[in-house]
Design a binder for this molecule. Structure first.
Ligand SMILES: [Zn+2]
Ligand SMILES: [Zn+2]
Length: 276
C-alpha cells in the first residue's frame, strides 16, 4: 500500500495497493491532465532527486519550496508566531533535513491551506509535526488523503491564535481561504499582511493582483465573485500580500493594489469593456 502523489498537481492520495485510475484534482476544469497522461510518484521516490529550499520571505516568514520545481511549483510559508508556528499552504516534499530545520524554528502547531491545489502532502507534514490541519468545509470533497488531523471550519472567518484569522473569500474555489496576519512587520511597525495562495494571486509585476477560476485554463471570475472578495477582506488592515510563489509578494500599499487591480479587472470583464 502506497500513498501515491500526482506528478501534475502534487496531491498525495490515500494509500492504495494499485494506483488510482485518475486524479480528481487534475480532471477538474481548474487543472489539467498532462499531455503525456496521468503519472504518479511517491514521497520515497521524490526525495531521491528533489530537495526543499528554505529562504526567508519576510521577518518571521520562512518560504519552503521544492527544487527542481515540482508539480504546481508553489512554496509554502512557515509563519513564526509566539503561541505557535503556522504552516500556510503546503508542498509535496518533506525530508529528514527539513524536519530538523523546521523543528529548530519551533516546529508546526497547525497547517492551514488556501485551496485544494495546495493540499499536496498536508497529512504527511501534519503527521511528522503532530499538527492539526484547518481546511474550509466547502472544499471537503477535494481532500484525497483523509486524516483525523483535518478540522473543517465553516462560515466566513475562523480565528486561530495571536490574532491570526482565516478568511473564506471563495472565488477560485468555493472554500478559497486567505490568512490575515496582523503582526506582520516590515520596514517598521505592524501594519498587517494577507497570505493569499492564489485566491488573490500576485501577478508578475508585483504591483497588481488578480483573480481567476482557473489559471492554467484561463477561466476568469465574474463580477459578483470579485465584489464578494473585496467586501470580505475590507475590515482587515494589511500592507503586504504574500502570494503562492517565491517573491510573488506585494510589499507595500497592498490594500490599494487590491482595489486598483479589482477595478482594472472589472473594467476588462464589463459587458462593454475598455479593451473590447
Ligand atoms: Zn493531479
Ligand atoms: Zn489553484
Amino acid at each position: 500500500m502506497e500513498n501515491l502523489i500526482c506528478i501534475q498537481c502534487g496531491t498525495q492520495f490515500d494509500a492504495t495497493a494499485t494506483p488510482p485510475l485518475r486524479c480528481t484534482i487534475c480532471e477538474d476544469e481548474r487543472q489539467f491532465v498532462h499531455y503525456g497522461g496521468q503519472q504518479w510518484t511517491t514521497l520515497g521516490r521524490l526525495v531521491t532527486d528533489h530537495h526543499n529550499r528554505l529562504e526567508d520571505e519576510a521577518p518571521q516568514l520562512l518560504g519552503v519550496g521544492t527544487e527542481p520545481e515540482f508539480a504546481i511549483g508553489q512554496r509554502a510559508l512557515l509563519l513564526q508566531s509566539s503561541s505557535g508556528n503556522l504552516l500556510w499552504d503546503c508542498i509535496s516534499l518533506l525530508d529528514q533535513k527539513n524536519i530538523a530545520e523546521v523543528k529548530a524554528r519551533g516546529g508546526i502547531r497547525a497547517i492551514a491551506i488556501s485551496h485544494p491545489h495546495f493540499y499536496s502532502a498536508m497529512v504527511e507534514w501534519a503527521d511528522r509535526f503532530d499538527a492539526q490541519i484547518f481546511l474550509h468545509s466547502a472544499d471537503r470533497q477535494w481532500v484525497m488523503r483523509k486524516s483525523p488531523r483535518i478540522q473543517f471550519w465553516e462560515g466566513t472567518t475562523f480565528p486561530l491564535w495571536d490574532g491570526l484569522t482565516l478568511i473564506n473569500c471563495g472565488g477560485h474555489f468555493e472554500g478559497g481561504t486567505v490568512l490575515h496576519w496582523p503582526a506582520a512587520s516590515r520596514g517598521g511597525g505592524s501594519k498587517g499582511a494577507l497570505l493569499t495562495g492564489d485566491i488573490i494571486t500576485v501577478v508578475q509585476d508585483r504591483r497588481y493582483i488578480s483573480f481567476m477560476r482557473s489559471y492554467p485554463n484561463y477561466i476568469p471570475l465574474g463580477a459578483a465573485a470579485i465584489h464578494r472578495i473585496l467586501e470580505i477582506i475590507e475590515p482587515f488592515p494589511f500592507e503586504q500580500i504574500y502570494g503562492a510563489w517565491w517573491k510573488a509578494n506585494v510589499l507595500s500599499d497592498a490594500k490599494a493594489a487590491v482595489t486598483r487591480s479589482a477595478e482594472r479587472y472589472l473594467r476588462a470583464i464589463a459587458p462593454i469593456g475598455n479593451y473590447g
